[in-house]
Design a protein around this ligand. Sequence first.
Ligand SMILES: [Zn+2]
Length: 285
Amino acid sequence: MTNSIGYKKHSIGYSLAVALLSAICGIALSQERVVVIDAGHGGSYVKGKTDGSQAGYGASSNNAHSASKRYVEKDLTLEYALEVGRAFEASARAKQLGIRCVQTRTTDRSMAAISRAATAVENSAAVFISIHFNASRDRTAHGTKAFVSSETHPDWEYMHFNNPYADRDKAFSARLVEKVAKALQPYGGDPSKAAVHGDRRGDGGYLKDGLRTLGFARMDTHMYKSVMTLLEVEFIDNPRVEAWLLNPKTKDQVRKDCAAAIVEAVCDHIEGYRPPPFPLKAKGR
Ligand SMILES: [Zn+2]
């Protein structure tokens, strides 16, 4: 009898403690969603390292230059990433959703692709966005683009990390490029050119350091189900784009509007997100 009562007492106390703990943990868990913002490139030139290179784990120091050569991609990615951080700080909606923004780098420094990915892993990130600026050989290309890890890759491709969440990543990226392109439209952006590509050959994609970052992050964060995307804000080597995107009179406002659009896209995603069933099997493997 005593034992039974003792057990019962323990049981009630234990149940209460568990209920209390899970309530606290539940609140803590539901209150924090980490968004990792990765400023693409950075630091100084590493011999033999380019965006096209498949050697090593590094990310190239810089890729695109503006048409006038006045601006380099690595500086713009950092300026935009920091602006996104400030926009999250200022957003009441992001606060309400418990979003905490973490940067992979806040200074001009070299960073390996795998270290960028590790930032997402360490923080169990809900969203990982790598910010870049595009360039094209014909110098007339324009539009906001996003790249995601494709569902599958043939074995002969370096970037062969499969992505069972490709559809979800594509849907988020479509919302992201749409919002960013609309924010850039008043200055000269063209939403009809906004597009999302996979990174598989023939899927509009190509091998890039940033996508390798996504690949590593994807490989390591399967269990965290982070949304991952590489955002190419615009083509800065197009003189017509440089004229409005980097116009000294308006470029700060352009950057702020772009950052606000990124925050909105992330908030929409966090608000409506329901995790997919786990485990999810990669297609074709
Ligand atoms: Zn880049």
